[in-house]
Design a protein around this ligand. Structure first.
Ligand code: NDP
Length: 246
């Protein structure tokens, strides 16, 4: 089940947290993983994958820069001849109540979380359409489904990924390319460690399964959607949130 041998997967934001978890699991299932993050940041993820016997390479990308994304995708196609799986995972939060939110907080979050998915998908689409196969999976958030005070920019970006993916799913279904979304709840990573302990306590109390998620929980959902077993699933949002939003 969920065998990915021979597949080439690009994972953005693979230097740590959820992205590292996704890259690790896709490689464990046999994929060659192109682990992308800024500078040399994904090198440690790649070293761990290779130590475990998997195949991966670290590539530098700034997902807010369209030319950098073109170089990531173009280089991958040159080296491997195909891209089977794109995981749009890179993301940031710049939380602030609306009345105090700076225009730059809005722009940075939309550029990193949403416009990046547009640019990455557009860059890989031609080759996926040509090979009549592909998987595009974007990491949204429970906040994109439910909203959250202090996260108007982040919620807009994550809800945007859902609408974007549903529209694209309809465009490319006839070419056997599926487009889906994974929407995690609270997952313990660098991003959420920045949330005050108090707020984390409140969130945890609202999780029916009684614990925060792990990168491995999210990676399992991505791996399923990337697999041949998910061939008949497109335009869907798979929530991995412990039941906090149903
Ligand atoms: P982290 O902060 O731990 O990691 C963020 C990743 O995004 C890093 O690998 C970082 O790479 C990369 N990144 C950020 N900006 C850029 C950029 N401009 N160019 C390239 N890479 C960039 O976050 P998480 O692992 O927690 O989150 C991963 C995804 O999951 C995000 O989209 C987040 O919104 C989403 N999510 C997280 C939840 C959580 O509770 N943690 C819940 C729901 C969704 P670099 O090394 O370059 O900084």
């Amino acid at each position: 089940m969920f065998e990915l041998t021979g597949k080439v997967a690009i994972v953005t934001g693979a230097s740590r947290g959820i992205g590292r978890g996704i890259a690790t699991l896709l490689a464990a299932q046999g994929a060659h993983v192109v682990a992308a993050a800024r500078a040399e940041n994904a090198a440690e993820t790649v070293a761990r994958i290779q130590e475990a016997g998997g195949h991966a390479e670290a590539v530098s990308v700034d997902v807010t820069d369209a030319a950098s994304i073109e170089a990531l995708v173009g280089g991958t196609l040159e080296r491997h001849g195909r891209i089977d799986i794109l995981v749009n995972n890179a993301g940031i939060a710049r939380d602030q109540l609306m009345l105090r939110m700076k225009r730059d907080d809005w722009d940075q979050v939309i550029a990193t979380n949403l416009t990046s998915a547009f640019s990455c998908a557009q860059a890989v689409l031609k080759s996926m359409v040509r090979q009549r196969a592909g998987r595009i999976i974007s990491i949204s958030s429970v906040v994109g489904q439910s909203g959250n005070a202090g996260q108007a920019n982040y919620a807009a970006s994550k809800a945007g990924l859902i609408g974007f993916s549903k529209a694209l799913a309809r465009e490319v279904a006839s070419r056997n390319v599926t487009v889906n979304v994974v929407a995690p709840g609270l997952v313990e990573t660098d991003m959420t460690r920045a949330i005050a302990d108090k707020a984390q306590g409140e969130w945890s109390a609202r999780i029916p399964l009684g614990r925060p998620g792990t990168p491995a929980d999210v990676a399992a959902a991505v791996c399923f959607l990337a697999s041949d077993e998910a061939a008949y699933i497109t335009g869907q949002v798979l929530a991995v949130n412990g039941g906090m939003y149903m």
